[in-house]
Design a protein around this ligand. Structure first.
Ligand code: AGP
Length: 615
């Protein structure tokens, strides 16, 4: 959700903060703000914040400038209070001494606000965040012997909810204090400076050696170093790791949008995700395995939990796990799973899928599963993320940083990673012979080349997008592994074009959704070769009979499909279970081209954020 950056060191903080915020803006972009501590004789907090994108704020600051070597920056994804200047972060205590930036939600903000108001404090925003800074300032006022870190340690136990918080105090002009609970915060050191960010991307330009702060820890950053303690002040250590992404991967490199770049990076991302998946004996291996292989052998049920696009990847994986490993699979939206009483056992394997590894609902679902003694495997793109740390085993998608809000390369690599997991389960349970596993892996290794071929359809899809963009809706239909791709195609389109788009099981059309078809209305049908192809052809006929204009995604060589559909985009022939990795590509391109045709903000669509760290 919100982006957080902090810097204290020898350079002018404002430059570092604005550059850092530019790399984090994809997390939220309702408003942006900075606080820079003026380190002159009488230090003061200089706060500037503006509704709208970062460019509004940086435009203003380019003429004004703020001098000082310690500061915080924030991009907001509004939860409490409208996205306006007043509610933008940083928030400053009413005595003007302390400033805070926050990602997350303070759930008990209302009683805390009432308590502070009764004590005579005045508030200048509608946010939940402001209570935190008032509490910290009040703690210091009540006990002047407390430094900022001590005051933060005192206040954190009073807060309910999930948060990462960073503070500066004009009385300690070189110090930043940060803490977290169930929301990400990473720390780094570079050239005599200390930095923090809500996301690795914010630190990449400075360092690849990072320390993820853990729940209930407090970090004190000064130019001389970073110290971490627990809430009692006892020394502690976060999770230290090296990031293997490079800075160039987080830049547009000549593409007009990150999304288009990331769609085109899929061959490389899939190739990387498949690299070194077997040992010298050809046995499949996972990235981080904190489970006894015997526990994998004993798995009798798989439950996949995820949100959004990751949920669709989980839906695709169900077919592969059931087919290859012979294990029943349930796929559930994490925000639903976390609030029910699932019947799990130590033999249930819960697979939590999250590109960011920080999605609040998916993390809570994983914790819920572990409480019921189930083992959790994480499939994530971010090394050292909260989910990776929590899980009993991890399989990384090696997609590199994904900046566009719409997931593309993380989706295809999630399917690939989940297919590897399916083979791993099949291997553990001896459901497939080793040579069968090797054959499937070899087929997957051909995918990058095949995705390259599919990407060639971009001009054809872009032309169609001009026509489809004129209609008020698009329907997507599929069966079997085509169904999750229909859902994903619709999600992609709605999130970046704001058009009404829905995906349906093609067989369900006649049970209701077909009533939506209007003459000329576009329907995209996943119609590749496989055991349901003839069924989907019948469904195409049904919508055509009601006047729909049909775009079929079909297998190369299937010339007969042209008799049924108005337009056809071909993908190369693959094993039936692998089609999703190819068929989603034209749908990503279609959503992208339609959003561009409609002049939408492709990488930062309205109301959305890349990492959803609130419930
Ligand atoms: C993808 O296009 C969406 N922006 C969104 O649905 C996303 O997949 C979802 O929020 C889950 O995120 P995660 O994979 O980081 O957990």
């Amino acid at each position: 959700m919100c982006g957080i950056i902090g810097y204290t060191g020898p350079a002018q903080a404002l430059d570092v903060l604005l550059a850092g915020l530019a790399t984090l803006e994809y997390r939220g972009y309702d408003s942006a703000g900075v606080v820079v501590v003026d380190d002159a004789q009488a230090p003061a907090l200089q706060v500037r914040k503006r509704q709208g994108k970062l460019s509004v704020l940086s435009g203003e600051l380019s003429t004004e400038g703020l001098t000082g070597r310690t500061g915080l920056g924030h991009t907001r994804w509004a939860t409490h209070g409208a996205p306006n200047d007043r509610n933008a972060h940083p928030h400053v205590s009413d005595d003007g001494a302390v400033a805070v930036i926050h990602n997350g939600i303070i759930e008990n903000h209302a009683p805390l606000r009432a308590e502070l108001t009764a004590a005579g404090h005045s508030f200048s925003s509608e946010t939940d965040t402001e209570v935190v800074v008032q509490l910290v300032a009040a703690a210091r006022a009540a006990d002047p012997s407390l430094d900022l870190a001590a005051a933060v340690r005192l206040v954190v136990p009073r807060l309910e909810g999930a948060f990462s918080l960073a503070f500066v105090d004009r009385r300690e002009p070189e110090v930043i204090v940060a803490t977290r609970r169930e929301a990400p915060l990473v720390l780094g050191r570079s050239q005599g400076s200390s930095l923090l960010a809500s996301d690795i991307a914010g630190l990449l330009v400075h360092t690849r050696e990072v320390e993820a702060l853990l729940d209930g820890q407090v970090a004190v950053l000064t130019p001389r170093g970073v110290t971490v303690t627990d809430l009692d002040g006892a020394p502690a250590q976060g999770h230290r790791f090296t990031v293997d992404w490079d800075v160039a991967a987080a830049e547009k490199q000549g593409y007009e949008h990150f999304m288009r770049k990331e769609i085109h990076e899929q061959p490389t991302a899939v190739r990387e995700t498949l690299l070194a998946r077997t040992d010298a004996e050809g046995v499949l291996i996972l990235d981080e395995l904190r489970l006894d292989p015997a526990e994998f052998r004993a798995v009798d049920t798989v439950v996949i939990v995820a949100c959004g696009t990751s949920f669709h990847a989980g839906m695709v994986a169900k077919y592969a796990i059931e087919h290859w490993a012979g294990i029943p699979v349930e796929v559930e939206i994490a925000s639903e799973f976390r609030y029910r009483d699932p019947i799990l056992s130590p033999h249930t394997l819960v697979v939590a899928v999250s590109q960011s590894g920080e999605t609040a609902d998916t993390l809570a679902a994983a914790a819920h599963a572990q409480e019921q003694r189930a083992k959790v495997v994480a499939v994530t793109n971010v090394v050292g993320s909260s989910l990776a740390r929590r899980a009993d085993a991890v399989l990384y998608t090696r997609a590199g940083p994904e900046i566009g809000v719409a997931g593309t390369k993380t989706f295809t690599t999630q399917i690939v990673a989940l297919d590897v997991l399916a083979l791993y389960l099949a291997q553990s349970r001896r459901a497939l012979f080793p040579d069968e596993c090797a054959d499937h892996l070899a087929r997957m290794e051909a995918l990058p080349e095949l995705i390259e071929q599919v990407l060639q359809c971009e001009p054809q899809v872009a032309e169609l997008a001009q026509v489809f963009a004129r209609s008020g809706y698009v329907m997507f239909v599929g069966r079997h592994v085509g169904l999750p791709i229909a859902l994903e195609g619709a999600l992609k389109l709605k999130e970046i074009s704001y058009l009404h788009a829905e995906g349906f099981a093609a067989g369900e059309m006649k049970h209701g959704p077909i009533a939506l078809i209007e003459p000329g209305g576009p329907v995209v049908a996943l119609a590749t070769r496989g055991h349901v192809r003839s069924k989907i052809v019948s469904n195409i006929a049904e919508v055509k009979a009601r006047g729909a204009v049909v775009l079929a995604i079909a297998t190369e060589g299937d010339t007969e499909i042209k008799e049924h559909a108005d337009h056809v985009v071909y993908v190369p022939e693959v094993h039936e279970l692998l089609y999703p990795i190819l068929t989603v590509v034209p749908l990503q391109l279609l959503a992208y081209a339609m959003a561009v045709a409609l002049d939408r903000d492709v990488d930062q669509p309205r109301n959305l954020a890349k990492t959803v760290t609130v419930e």
